[in-house]
Structures are given as structure tokens and as C-alpha cells.
Design a protein around this ligand. Structure first.
Ligand code: TYD
Length: 223
């Protein structure tokens, strides 16, 4: 199997944290530097995973329980990794992924009350060794995040099954994300998502910059 020469960055956090906007901004910045950037998201990102996305976000899988949902998220993730993420990394691209395995740890694991071993086993199978090099955790107080998500809903988007939940649940998720960051400090960085967009973009770039410089230095040597 060819080695991964690219850079894999995942974006995590609760609803309304502004991940998608920041992914767009970062993608433009990196493309302007001549890098190949693949923007993708979960659940979904590959045709197989997009089919499962619909089942999950419509709530169609909900009656079958949270274990079933966790397995479907993992199945979608595995397809996404095999079909999109790993090939892109092998080409040397920068992959920006809106949510990845930490979402399952937080949403199905912590707030879904699934045992950590069950979640971790599923993730091992789903990612099959393809871990993000960097994970940016967008941190925002539950009240602020929910207010933003609701505003978005008012302008047309219907809140999905995972957005119709209580503040307490959001706060639990926030804590769970902060715990992941604490346990995996080499991979994770916390972004203060309550700041103005421009400042958030600056912080994001400051975390990404050193890793991108390494990437371009490697490709300079290879040429
Ligand atoms: P979406 O509207 O795509 O994302 P966002 O909230 O980031 O704007 O919804 C994805 C939902 O799926 C979100 O509420 C989190 C949930 N989710 C899980 O529960 N587990 C997972 O593994 C993933 C990837 C997402």
C-alpha cells in the first residue's frame, strides 16, 4: 500500500460552532498556495456513505437503537476512508473533514451511553489505521452554539434529529470533546469558536501552518 504523504485534518465540535465556514476559508487559503485540498464531511463523503447519511439523519435508524446507529456511522466511515480519504492522502492532498471518529465517541459514546470498548472497536475497524494528523475541536458554550444552530434552522435548514436536543446534552458533549483534547494533546487543538470569524480563522491557520510547512518541505525534497 503506498504511504500517506498528505495531511489529514478533522474538524469537530457541537452544532453551530462554525466548522463549515472555517473549512471553506482554510480550503481557499491552502488552495491559493497550490496545494490539493479535498473538503469532505461525515456522515457521508463517498457515495456509499452518503446513502447511509440519509438513513441516519432522517431518524430512520433511530427506532433500531443507538448501537445500530453507531454501527451505521462506522460503516459509512469505513467506506469514506477507503474510497475518498486514504486515496487523497496517498496522492499527497490535504484532507479537511467535517467530523470524524471523535463525533462517534462523543455523540454515540458519551451522550448515547455506549460502552467505550464498543465504540473504540468500531472505530478501529472503520478507520483501519487512518487517523487524523490534526483535529481541531471547535469549542463553544452550548447556549451560544444552539442559538446559532436555531438561527440557521430559521433560514431554511430543518434541524436534524441530532440537533433537536437539550442544552444539557450539548454541554455534556462539550465536556467530552474537551476530555478527548486533554487525552490526546499531540493530535488535538481547541479552537475558541465564540470569537469573531476572522479571529477563529487566524487561530485555525496558526494550528495548521506548521503542519503544512512540513508537508511542502517534504514535497520539495521529493521533487
Ligand atoms: P450535519 O448537519 O451534517 O453536521 P453539523 O452538525 O456538523 O453541521 O449533522 C451531522 C450530525 O450527525 C450531527 O448532529 C452529529 C451527528 N454525528 C454522530 O452522531 N456521530 C458521528 O459519528 C457523526 C460523524 C455525526
Amino acid at each position: 500500500m503506498p504511504e500517506n504523504t498528505g495531511l489529514f485534518i478533522s474538524f469537530e465540535g457541537g452544532e453551530g460552532a462554525g466548522k463549515s465556514t472555517q473549512i471553506r476559508v482554510l480550503a481557499e487559503t491552502l488552495r491559493a498556495r497550490g496545494l490539493e485540498v479535498v473538503v469532505t464531511r461525515e456522515p457521508g463523503g463517498s457515495p456509499g456513505a452518503e446513502a447511509v447519511r440519509h438513513v441516519l439523519l432522517s431518524g430512520a435508524a433511530e427506532p433500531f437503537g443507538v448501537r445500530m446507529e453507531a454501527m451505521l456511522f462506522a460503516a459509512a466511515r469505513n467506506d469514506h476512508v477507503e474510497e475518498v480519504i486514504r486515496p487523497a492522502l496517498q496522492r499527497g492532498a490535504v484532507v479537511l473533514c467535517d467530523r470524524f471518529l471523535d463525533s462517534s465517541r462523543v455523540y454515540q459514546g458519551t451522550t448515547g451511553n455506549l460502552e467505550p470498548e464498543f465504540i473504540e472497536t468500531l472505530q478501529r475497524i472503520a478507520i483501519d489505521g487512518t487517523m487524523p494528523d490534526l483535529t481541531l475541536i471547535f469549542d463553544i458554550a452550548a447556549t451560544a452554539g444552539l442559538a446559532r444552530a436555531r438561527k440557521r434552522a430559521d433560514i431554511g435548514a430543518t434541524p436534524d434529529r441530532f440537533e433537536k436536543e437539550e442544552l444539557e446534552t450539548h454541554e455534556k458533549r462539550r465536556e467530552a470533546y474537551l476530555d478527548i483534547a486533554l487525552n490526546e494533546p499531540r493530535r488535538c487543538r481547541i479552537v475558541n469558536a465564540e470569537q469573531p470569524q476572522e479571529k477563529v480563522a487566524e487561530d485555525v491557520l496558526s494550528f495548521v501552518e506548521p503542519m503544512v510547512s512540513k508537508l511542502t518541505a517534504i514535497s520539495d525534497v521529493a521533487e
